[in-house]
Ligand binder design. Structure first.
Ligand code: PLP
Length: 358
């Protein structure tokens, strides 16, 4: 599905120089690479602050802690996003409530939100899934009159734009993951939160270092140690200037798949800057048969994600009675095809041939 060695090989000289810079500086955490990366990320998404943390899941957890309004304790999210928000919210001690998705975009359905909101809901997470910028403005217009904060999960969509501007600056705060297979990936774990609120940024900077208000002085409860290290920050700085062109390449791969696919397979479109082609996802009724067909053409596939959050074994008994018809139907029909910027033309052709002959 992916071959990380190709980007490492192509970027090897720049990565060597970046790591040499880190070794020469002797800073290992919170040094000059980290500070420069935070500034560059904030500029990329059009937010005032970026706060580096240890992973995307940590970014979600600390963002939820920093944005949950006092006296509220429920986080609302779609259940088709891989469980990361659920894990983060539960770790922060919050209760999770699920909302159904839109069948076309696979992102949260703003119309379905009204049925799940009440005055214990504090935060709604909008996940820009598969690379598509979700309709944050529509979600905000439902939530904000009720005093509910909206935040974004941009782990799969760095560089995507909503009609109002780049993801990462469309709500109170936004979480990013730099897991190696992401469109902007590190060579290890990493994450960040962006925000244009000074208060939220201060809270995040405190929470990522033990809740400190000052060295050895704990000002915020719920803190932990979650830092983006200098080596990963230096890798991300090498890769960020390549992001726009790589997002365009990924989009083009998905467009090729859409042109090649026959009627039983619906390729979720990635036609403009509202999508950065993180995952090439198709919807097909007989998934097992389709995946066997791909196998016979030597094309790998995967499912993102096979089990919706409310149906995960760990939460058995907790969500009985929860019905999310679109989420549940799509979980049985989605398939992800290979999609990464270093795919060769032959590899893209092979996927297209498999799609055309199904
Ligand atoms: C939508 C989404 N949110 C959050 C995460 C969590 O990021 P991480 O793996 O860096 O913890 C991921 C990816 O792993 C993701 O795809």
């Amino acid at each position: 599905m992916n071959d990380l060695s190709r980007a490492i090989r192509d970027q090897r000289a720049d990565l060597d120089r970046a790591w040499a810079r880190v070794l020469d500086s002797s800073y290992v955490v919170m040094g000059p690479e980290h500070a420069a990366f935070e500034a560059e990320l904030a500029a990329l998404v059009g937010a005032t602050h970026a706060v580096g943390v240890g992973s995307g899941t940590d970014a979600l957890e600390l963002m939820l802690r920093a944005t949950m309004p006092l006296g509220r304790e429920i986080v609302v999210t779609a259940a088709n996003c891989g469980g990361y928000t659920t894990t983060a919210a539960r770790r922060a001690g919050f209760t999770v409530r699920y909302v159904d998705i839109d069948a076309e975009t696979h992102c949260v359905d703003p119309k379905a939100l009204v049925d799940v909101l009440d005055d214990s809901v504090g935060v709604v997470v909008v996940t820009h899934l598969y690379g598509r910028a979700a309709d944050v403005a529509a979600v905000r217009s439902v939530c904000e009159p009720l005093g509910i904060r909206v935040v974004e999960d941009c782990a799969q969509a760095i560089g995507a734009r909503t009609p109002e501007g780049p993801v990462g600056s469309q709500a109170a705060a936004a979480a990013f993951s730099f897991y190696p297979t992401k469109n902007l990936g590190a060579l290890g774990d990493g994450g960040a939160v962006t925000t244009s609120s000074d208060d939220i940024a201060d809270k995040l900077r405190s929470l990522r270092q033990y809740g400190w208000s000052d060295k050895y002085r704990i000002g915020s409860d719920g803190g932990r140690n979650s830092r983006l290290d200098e080596v990963q920050a230096s890798v991300l700085r090498v890769r960020m200037p390549l992001l726009a062109a790589q997002n365009e390449t990924r989009r083009r791969i998905i467009q090729r798949y859409a042109e090649a696919a026959t009627a039983p397979v619906r390729v979720l479109p990635a036609t403009d800057a509202g999508h950065v082609g993180h995952l090439a996802v198709v919807v097909v009724d007989d998934r097992d048969r389709f995946r066997r067909h791909l196998d016979s053409h030597f094309v790998r596939s995967d499912v993102h994600y096979p089990v919706p959050d409310h149906a995960q074994t760990a939460f058995e008994g907790e969500y009985t009675g929860v019905s999310l018809p679109v989420t549940e139907a799509m979980a049985e029909r989605i398939v992800s095809l290979p999609c990464f910027a270093e795919m060769t033309p032959d590899e893209v052709d092979r996927v297209c041939d498999a799609l055309a002959s199904y």
